[in-house]
Design a protein around this ligand. Structure first.
Ligand code: AMP
Ligand code: ZN
Length: 497
């Protein structure tokens, strides 16, 4: 009997059996990027987590509507809803239109997702495309008495809300402490309490992005976009909402309050939060200067990187830890993951080429039982709150079996055909559809071959001149790009690591 899927719900702080509202349909929402710069590896860890959640739910038969938004307005430099609009600030810096910034970084986000085998969502709504829905939601919150207008801005009234509902229940924040918070930020004078947040923000005449509203020209607050768009596409009540752990407060806490404030309904059944990618224990973030971009990773061109890493090896590295644990980046860890990844992919290729031979060989009960058990355990691990780390450990066990058939240590026909076919189907599904780590690296139409020919000819020239330092330097630099150069009797050869 296969186990039931359990999800750790951040709201109840417990693992709960997953029961969708309208099976076989599942509504899944995850917070997308704010497209004012390029996503870093930390952001990608969270997007990869929800990609696997999406893929796994589909694999086990659900019809999933996956909504992942693009924040293209309203995210201010301070998450409490103060400061300047990040996109507008970037537009001034790059001397571009805000919408050019949005397009540029949306394109680059999509390219990176493709590199990492992250599927496009079913719907990718933008904040600027849903201004009407956000205004309507703000109106409902005001009508219910949970928001107030001051000088063209609208603030959510946390004190009022907490008289009726539990503000802070997702993040564990104590509302009394939040209400007493400091008032030293821009715009605080307009707020009744420090805990209040803008759901509509009036703009000054020098703002480029602006929309007409019943309260004057302004921009929507960052939190309201996710509430309005999830409600539009998934309904007032839906199954799963995800995002990084750092979004629990204030973003997701605010989302709950807005939905309850507008419609009186708890919007989300299962809240999922992915833990942070860290560097030496510190959250990877742009402001800390410890972040690197995917393209730097592929080229090995960041001081933190000893060499270049391929996207699928990095995806595997991320999935080798459970999404609720922090994952610390290091070259040692990544290189260990590279080795494990290569092993698993080799087994995958072996399996694709392996032929089941029907013969009269005796079927071996223990072998059959062990293989069947592994095929079940790998699902048990995924059903245990998407534990990819432990599922991968089982795939390594399966890998040992597959290699022993290949090497003829055990004849494949000791398995009955049904068990063999189960092993094949499960292993291939995990590598290709669930973990999705089988993407071929980009072909470069022989460019790499050509360039390597030029480089090795130049290297031969310096070697003929006995310039060993230059020769070694070329070899070491190539190694940083995962290209191994070998000098032999018949000349020099190269291979990708
Ligand atoms: P942002 O574009 O800043 O709104 O972030 C996009 C997503 O990346 C959010 O779900 C964040 O929670 C997540 N995120 C940001 N930094 C990290 C990190 N270091 N590790 C994992 N996820 C992160
Ligand atoms: Zn969001």
């Amino acid at each position: 009997m296969q186990s039931e899927l359990k999800i750790y719900n951040s709201l109840s702080r417990e693992k709960e059996v997953f029961k969708p509202l309208n099976p076989p349909f599942v509504g899944l929402y995850s917070c997308g990027p704010t497209v004012y710069n390029e996503v870093h590896l930390g952001n990608l860890r969270t997007f990869t987590t929800f990609d696997v959640v999406y893929r796994y739910l589909m694999h086990i038969g659900y019809k999933v509507r996956y909504v992942r938004n693009i924040t293209d307005a309203g995210h201010l430099t301070n998450d409490a809803g103060e400061g300047v609009d990040r996109i507008e600030e970037r537009a001034k810096l790059e001397m571009l239109e805000p919408m050019e910034i949005v397009q540029k970084y949306t394109n680059s986000f999509h390219e990176v997702c493709q590199e990492f085998n992250i599927l496009p969502p079913s719907i990718e709504p933008t904040a600027t495309g849903h201004i009407v829905e956000q205004i309507e939601m703000v109106k409902r919150i005001i009508a219910n008495g949970f928001a107030y207008e001051v000088n063209g801005s609208v603030y959510f009234d946390v004190k009022k809300y907490s008289e009726h509902h539990d503000y802070g229940k997702l993040s564990g924040r104590v509302v009394e402490e939040l209400l007493e918070g400091t008032r030293d930020l821009d715009g605080q004078d307009e707020k009744r309490s420090a805990a209040d947040f803008a759901i509509w923000k009036a703009v000054t005449p020098n703002h480029i992005q602006r929309w007409v509203s019943p309260w004057g020209e302004g921009i929507p607050g960052w939190h309201i976009e996710c509430s309005a768009m999830s409600c539009k596409y998934l309904g007032k009540e839906f199954d799963i909402h995800g995002g990084g752990m750092d979004l629990k407060f204030p973003h997701h806490e605010a989302e709950i309050a807005q939905s309850v404030g507008a419609d009186g309904i708890q919007p989300v059944h299962y809240w999922m939060h992915a833990n942070m990618l860290t560097v030496n224990g510190d959250k990877m973030s742009k402001s800390k200067g410890n972040s690197f971009l995917p393209k730097e990773l592929f080229a090995g061109s960041h001081p933190l990187l000893e060499k270049a890493y391929a996207p699928m090896a990095v995806r595997f590295f991320m999935l080798q830890s459970h999404y609720r644990s922090t994952l610390d980046f290091s070259n040692v860890a990544l290189q260990a993951a590279e080795k494990g990844f290569a092993k698993l992919i080799n087994t995958y290729k072996t399996l694709l080429a392996l032929k089941y031979i029907k013969d009269d060989a005796q079927k071996v009960g223990t072998e059959i039982t062990e293989v069947k058990a592994l095929c079940e355990e790998v699902y048990d691990k995924m059903n245990d709150d998407f534990n990819t780390a432990e599922a991968i450990a089982i795939l390594f066990e399966m890998s040992k079996k597959i290699n022993s058939y290949k090497e003829g240590l055990i004849s494949i026909s000791t398995l009955d055909e049904e068990t063999y076919s189960r092993l094949y189907t499960v292993f291939v599904a995990f590598i290709r559809d669930i973990l999705a780590i089988d993407k071929e690296e980009k072909h470069d139409d022989g460019l790499a071959e050509g360039l390597m020919g030029v480089i090795l000819t130049l290297r031969k020239d310096v070697r003929d001149k006995k310039d060993w330092a230059a020769s070694d330097k070329i070899r070491d630099e190539l190694l940083r790009l995962s290209i191994q150069v070998k000098d032999g009797k018949e000349g020099t050869t190269w291979s990708r690591n």
